[in-house]
Design a protein around this ligand. Structure first.
Ligand code: GAR
Length: 221
């Protein structure tokens, strides 16, 4: 039986919820240092809501269409989060821009996952633009949220090769596999108080060192 206090997290989604699922799966382990107290979606038909329901997690739908402006929408979400005394917000495919007021209120207590090696390729249509740019590597990033879109101190990244015959779909699938690994890991590190924001950077206590380089395409001698 795990006895340590677990970090209470809320997951905000807009769609499929595969990253939510990776967090649900991680939290199913009683030794995982965080637990999901609620899932909030801005879309009533988000498939991720079914995932949450299957896991027995409380869900809320807060449609942005029901509010006159972003401030009112964010205030409604904020009220729910405060009701749960949430310690960390995880944006997982949540496709709404949050107001600077909301972001600053949750500074260093809100993280996001984005399917690129930030600060490259912020925004939408990431994989299309990655392939179009001809870069040899892509990946994904978990970062603390700042008012600018897809911006903030980087906690963890995973890199994958971009292959010559990649389509946005094949690249997205390769990246997504890594997203599902690094998002729970970022939450775990934060929940264990191993993550510290210093200026625009994140320092992780007792991080395993990574050495060596990946070269794409590989060198042939
Ligand atoms: C994920 O690939 C996530 O990185 C991306 O949306 C997808 C959501 O998938 N997020 C962003 O682009 C944020 N700028 P999911 O609903 O299956 O987790």
């Amino acid at each position: 039986m795990a006895t340590a206090k677990r970090l209470d997290i809320a997951v905000l989604i807009s769609g499929r919820g595969s990253n939510l699922q990776s967090l649900i799966d991680a939290c199913a382990d009683p030794h995982f240092p965080a637990r999901i107290v609620c899932v909030i979606s801005n879309k009533a038909d988000a498939a991720g809501l079914q995932r949450a329901a299957r896991a027995g997690t409380t869900t809320h739908v807060v449609s942005h269409k029901d509010f006159p402006d972003r401030v009112a929408f964010d205030a409604a979400i904020d009220e729910i989060l405060r009701g749960y005394n949430v310690g960390l917000i995880c944006l997982a495919g949540f496709m709404r821009i949050l107001t600077p007021e909301f972001v600053n209120r949750w500074r260093d207590r809100m993280i996001n996952i984005h399917p690129s090696l930030l600060p490259a390729f912020k925004g939408l249509h990431t994989h299309e633009r990655t392939i179009e740019a001809g870069v040899r590597f892509s990946g994904c990033t978990v970062h603390f949220v700042r008012p600018e879109m897809d911006d903030g101190p980087i906690i963890i990244q995973a890199a994958v090769p971009v292959l010559g015959d990649d389509t946005p779909e094949t690249l997205a699938a390769r990246v997504l596999e890594q997203e599902h690994l690094i998002y729970p890991e970022a939450v775990r590190l934060i929940a264990l108080s191993r993550v510290r924001v210093v200026g625009s950077k994140v320092i992780i206590r007792d991080a395993a060192p990574v050495t060596g380089a990946m070269i794409n395409p590989g060198l042939v001698f």
